[in-house]
Design a protein around this ligand. Structure first.
Ligand SMILES: Cc1ncc(COP(=O)(O)O)c(C=O)c1O
Length: 431
C-alpha cells in the first residue's frame, strides 16, 4: 500500500502557502486619496498614480517611457499597432504561451505564425523563429515564459537582418533582466500584464514600455481614443479606442513596486533551493540555468517530468502533487494552435488564409502534455520550510511511481481537462 494522498494517504502539506496578492497598509490610504480626489478616471489625465507607476516601472526596466493600459492583452494590441503592424502582416510567436499572446495579434489585424520553443527554456529562439520567416513577416513577439527569457541576442540579430520589429511579451517577467537589460527594453516595445496572478498586480491592468518617442506618442493616442499625445512631436493621427487604466488601479500598483525587491529576492532564493533539491530526485529535472539572466523573474517555477519508464502521465503526477498539498499544474498552457480557447479561422479572422490544423510544434506539445510542471510563484515567497515541503512532496510522489502506475488514470481529473472545460475560477486565476 502506498501512503500517497491521492490514494488516500496523509498529505505532506496541509497548511496554506503565502496568500496572493500581497498588499501594504499604505495601499488603502492611496486608494482613499484617489477616491477623495474625485479624479478616478483613466490615464493620461489627471491620474497621478498611473503617471508615477509608469515612470518608475519604465525606469526599473531601463526604458525611457511607460504607459499604463487596461490589461496585458490590450498592451500587446496597442504595442503591435504602435510598431506599425498592419492588416495581413505576419508576426512570429511561440506556440507555447497564453492564448492571448496570439489572439492579440489577430485583434491587431495580423497573422500569428507559430514557432516552436527551446526544450530547455520553453521560449522562442532565433533558430525556431527563422524557420517561420516569409516575405510577409513584419515582427517577432517573443514571450519570456514563466522563469526564462527568449533568446534575445539571437532574435535581435534576426530582426536586424530581416528588418523586423520586436514586441516583447513580458507578462511573466516583471523586473527580470537579460544581460543587465530589463525585460521589455530589449526589443522595440515591451508589454506587461498586471492581472491578479502576475508578479505585480492591480487585479487587472497592463503597461507598455519603450524608449522610442514616436512609438510612445502613437501609443498614447491609440489608448486615448485618438487624442494627440502629451508631447505630440510626431503629430501622428491614429484611430484609437479607450484602453485607459483608472487611477484606482494605479494606486494599488505603487505598493506592488515597493514590495517587489523583497519578493524578487525571496523567489530567487527559493527557486535556487528548489532547483538544487530537484536535481537529486529521479524522474524530474529542473530547467538548466540560463546564463544570460542577470536578475530573475519567476512567475511560475517550472520543472520537467522525465520518467525513467512509461506508465504514469504527467497529468497524474500533477494531480498527485496537488493532493499532497502543493498547488501545481501541468496543462498550464497548451500549444495555442491546439487550445480550445483559440477559435481562429478564416471565417472569423479575414486576414487568415488557412486555419491552424496543419501546425505541429513538437517541443511545445511535449511540454504541454507530457513534461512541464508549473508551480505558482506565491509558493516561493514564504518560509524556507515551504520549499522543503515541495521537495518532500515531489520526492514522495516519484518514490511511489509504481503505485501510481497501477492507479486509475482518471484520478488526473481536473489536471487533464482542456482550458475551456476547466471551472471558471481556475481560468480566471490562470494558474
Ligand atoms: C504570456 C501572457 N501574455 C499576455 C497575457 C495577457 O494579459 P491580461 O490577462 O492582463 O490581458 C497574459 C496573462 O495571462 C500572459 O500570461
Amino acid at each position: 500500500m502506498s501512503d500517497l494522498a491521492i490514494l488516500g494517504g496523509k498529505p505532506v502539506r496541509t497548511r496554506p502557502f503565502a496568500p496572493w496578492p500581497q498588499y501594504l497598509p499604505a495601499d488603502a490610504a492611496r486608494m482613499q486619496a484617489v477616491i477623495e480626489s474625485r479624479h478616478w478616471g483613466g490615464y493620461p489625465m489627471p491620474s497621478r498614480y498611473a503617471r508615477e507607476f509608469a515612470d518608475r516601472f519604465a525606469q526599473l526596466h531601463g526604458a525611457k517611457y511607460g504607459l499604463c493600459v487596461a490589461n496585458g492583452t490590450i498592451a500587446l494590441i496597442a504595442a503591435l499597432q504602435a510598431a506599425g503592424i498592419k492588416f495581413g502582416d505576419e508576426v512570429i510567436v511561440p506556440a507555447y504561451t497564453w492564448d492571448g499572446t496570439a489572439t492579440a495579434i489577430l485583434f491587431a489585424g495580423a497573422v500569428p505564425v507559430f514557432a516552436d520553443v527551446d526544450p530547455d527554456t520553453y521560449c522562442l529562439t532565433a533558430a525556431t523563429a527563422e524557420k517561420c520567416i516569409t516575405p510577409r513577416t513584419r515582427a517577432i513577439l517573443p514571450v519570456h515564459l514563466a522563469m526564462r527569457f527568449a533568446d534575445m541576442d539571437g532574435l535581435t540579430a534576426l530582426a536586424t537582418k530581416h528588418d523586423l520589429r520586436i514586441v516583447e511579451d513580458c507578462a511573466h517577467a516583471h523586473g527580470g533582466c537579460y544581460r543587465g537589460r530589463g525585460a521589455g527594453s530589449i526589443g522595440d516595445l515591451g508589454c506587461f500584464s498586471l492581472q491578479e496572478s502576475k508578479l505585480m498586480t492591480a487585479g487587472e491592468g497592463g503597461i507598455v514600455i519603450t524608449s522610442d518617442l514616436r512609438a510612445f506618442e502613437h501609443l498614447q493616442s491609440q489608448v486615448n481614443c485618438g487624442r494627440a499625445s502629451m508631447t505630440d512631436q510626431f503629430e501622428q493621427r491614429v484611430l484609437g479606442l479607450n484602453y485607459r487604466m483608472t487611477d484606482l488601479q494605479a494606486a494599488l500598483l505603487i505598493g506592488q513596486l515597493d514590495m517587489w525587491p523583497d519578493l524578487q529576492a525571496r523567489r530567487d532564493a527559493a527557486a535556487k533551493r528548489l532547483s538544487a533539491g530537484l536535481a537529486s530526485i529521479r524522474g524530474v529535472r529542473p530547467l538548466p540555468e540560463q546564463a544570460e539572466i542577470t536578475r530573475s523573474a519567476i512567475y511560475c517555477y517550472v520543472f520537467q517530468y522525465r520518467p525513467e519508464r512509461a506508465g504514469v502521465s504527467r497529468d497524474l503526477i500533477a494531480a498527485a502533487l496537488e493532493a499532497e498539498g502543493i498547488p501545481c499544474d501541468g496543462r498550464f498552457y497548451e500549444p495555442v494552435y491546439r487550445s480550445d480557447l483559440f477559435y481562429a479561422t478564416p471565417e472569423n479572422c479575414p486576414q487568415l488564409r488557412t486555419d491552424y490544423s496543419g501546425v505541429h510544434c513538437p517541443v511545445s506539445e511535449r511540454a504541454a502534455y507530457d513534461e512541464a510542471l508549473w508551480l505558482p510563484q506565491f509558493l516561493l515567497i514564504g518560509e524556507t520550510s515551504d520549499v522543503d515541503d515541495m521537495l518532500a512532496a515531489v520526492e514522495k510522489v516519484m518514490h511511489n511511481f509504481d503505485a501510481l502506475s497501477r492507479a486509475d488514470p482518471a484520478l488526473a481529473g481536473l489536471k487533464s481537462m482542456s482550458r475551456a472545460e476547466r471551472p471558471k475560477y481556475q481560468r480566471a486565476q490562470n494558474y
